[in-house]
Design a protein around this ligand. Structure first.
Ligand SMILES: C[S@@+](CC[C@H](N)C(=O)[O-])C[C@H]1O[C@@H](n2cnc3c(N)ncnc32)[C@H](O)[C@@H]1O
Length: 234
């Protein structure tokens, strides 16, 4: 295999450390993650872009397979109990048909250019009655704006952003390598692939500089949260 540097190579420690320092933000996202997955007992799951398996380490990961292009991140996920079936991109993987109860992308769609082929492939690999779960920072949220502004200025340390930033913002390199999508863009892609049944949940409703003050509850909908889950039924 040719050695390709992946966006998250070299950031595994920083990524986990960011969540550990932003512990209340992490708790809010973990609540959303658990709510969107629902009951996973006896179910077969696939985590696309499982990263370091941080979220999986807070649930029963014994039936969770993972796909992860970054060797650094994926090796930690293995240690945390995720069965990483492929160190590579979802685009390069052939998934078996109707094999999973739940396939989820926790923050990984935000690093993918073309969502159509990857969601299409995932829907094919889900059993009838199963679900595709997409969790992301929406492009149109306050977090999305902050990352896009940081990306275009190439710094968070700019007079435009003075007095508005969280104490420890998401690493700029990871914000800048993101391909931030809006929630409605993802919904449209799913509709074009035949999905008709959706549920939506959100958290991180406070402005970014206040989100780590205390954990937030999960609420229904997708129009105010800085972290949003789309649950698409097959
Ligand atoms: C924001 S991180 C989320 C990691 C993990 N799911 C979590 O929630 O902690 C995004 C992850 O998606 C992975 N990723 C990026 N592009 C990908 C692709 N085309 N196929 C699969 N995974 C990808 C990255 O390597 C990274 O680990």
């Amino acid at each position: 295999m040719t050695e390709v540097k992946q966006k998250f190579d070299g950031y595994a420690a920083k990524y986990d450390e960011w969540f550990m320092k932003n512990d209340n933000l992490f708790t809010s996202e973990l609540r959303l993650f658990k709510k969107a997955l629902g009951d996973i007992e006896g179910k077969k799951l696939l985590s696309v872009g499982c990263g370091s398996g941080l979220f999986e380490s807070y649930i029963d990961s014994s039936n969770i397979e993972g796909i992860e292009p970054s060797e650094d991140m994926g090796q930690i996920a293995v240690k945390r109990g995720v069965n990483v079936i492929k160190f590579g991109l979802i685009e390069d993987v052939d998934l078996p048909e109707a094999a999973y109860d739940i396939i989820y992308f926790n923050g990984s769609s935000s690093y993918m250019e073309d969502l159509v082929p990857v969601y299409e492939k995932s829907l094919r690999a889900i059993k009838d009655g199963g679900k595709l779960v997409l969790l992301d920072v929406p492009k149109e949220s306050a977090f999305g704006f902050m990352y896009l502004l940081g990306k275009s200025l190439n710094t968070y340390d700019h007079e435009y952003l003075q007095g508005t930033m969280p104490e420890l913002p998401y690493p700029l390199a990871l914000a800048s390598s993101g391909v931030w999508h809006s929630t409605e863009e993802k919904i449209e892609v799913l509709k074009s692939l035949g999905v008709t049944k959706f549920s939506f949940y959100q958290t991180l409703v406070k402005n970014p500089m206040y989100t780590n003050e205390e954990p937030e509850e999960v609420i229904e909908g997708y129009k105010s949260g800085g972290y949003v889950a789309i649950v698409a039924e097959k």
